[in-house]
Write a new protein. Structure first.
Length: 273
């Protein structure tokens, strides 16, 4: 692992360097992006940085200087060649008094790069009993407040699944803990709208652009009974779902076509830093 914090590449990336009063540490007051690295090049970095800005401003933080972020990305990627890896870009509100109120310190900016293995060819999911709140103040923002996802994913693992799927308060399909959901009904590829409260995933957006799908909000039961289901995310790409709860699913032609399209077009968004 290699880490860059506030302009400095760390000689010991796991050494303690973040203030114990950093608001990202104490209350989860921060935003982040996870970026796939392929042969040393970050995938769709511009799209991820655009979303980082949207998340920061949506949380009430100042937008980061993207030139500075890019310098951090370049610094950690220059330390080793990653055939396949992950970048984590984190921006927090910086040191603050203990409690929910923010302080007057400068924000904290961290970039980390680590190797990553390929995702499994398929996955299994389970619906969790807790809804996403599509009316939340942070709905659709990629914040560091991930405790809800931690609990949901632990629930999935306890039920022999590798991802947890949320409905929202209306009972409509929303998203996974770190993925967007696509499903096929009567030959039509569908995915929830952003009004469902799901994250505007970078991979989701590209699949919509490259493969076409109808954005629709409907009861999660419709997706649970779909002919095909697949997840998309930065680390999963297009990953077929072969079991939802107790129901087995096949990997159908629409899912295979989406995966093939992804593999063909992914290089279009690989650029040197």
């Amino acid at each position: 692992m290699h880490a860059w914090i506030d302009g400095e590449l760390l000689a010991e990336p796991e050494a303690g360097v973040i203030s114990v009063t950093d608001h990202g540490f104490t209350v989860g007051d921060g935003v982040f992006e996870a970026v796939k690295v392929v042969e040393g090049r970050p995938f769709a970095l511009d799209l991820h940085l655009q979303r980082l800005v949207r998340s920061a401003t949506g949380l009430g933080l100042d937008a980061p200087d993207l030139d500075v972020v890019r310098r951090g990305v370049a610094a950690v990627l220059a330390e080793q060649h990653l055939p396949l890896g992950r970048l984590r870009i984190t921006l927090t509100a910086g040191p603050a008094p203990l409690g929910s109120g923010r302080g007057s310190h400068a924000p904290t900016l961290v970039v980390v790069a680590v190797p990553m293995g390929p995702s499994p060819a398929t996955t299994s999911v389970v619906t969790v009993p807790w809804p996403r709140n599509e009316h939340s103040a942070i709905a659709g923002l990629k914040t560091t407040s991930y405790a809800e996802n931690v609990v949901a994913l632990a629930h999935a693992h306890q039920h022999d699944a590798t991802e947890a799927i949320f409905a929202n308060t209306a009972g409509h399909l929303c998203e996974g803990t770190g993925s967007n959901v696509f499903y096929v009904v009567d030959g039509e590829l569908r995915t929830p709208t952003l009004a469902s409260g799901c994250l505007a995933g970078v991979t989701r957006g590209l699949v919509l652009e490259w493969c076409g799908a109808r954005e629709v909000d409907e009861p999660i039961a419709v997706a649970q009974e779909a002919d095909e289901v697949f997840l998309v995310s930065t680390t999963r790409d297009v990953q077929p779902v072969t079991r939802w709860g107790a129901r087995e699913l096949r990997v159908g032609s629409i899912t295979r076509a989406a995966a093939d399209t992804w593999r063909t077009r992914e290089p279009e968004h690989l650029f040197p830093v």
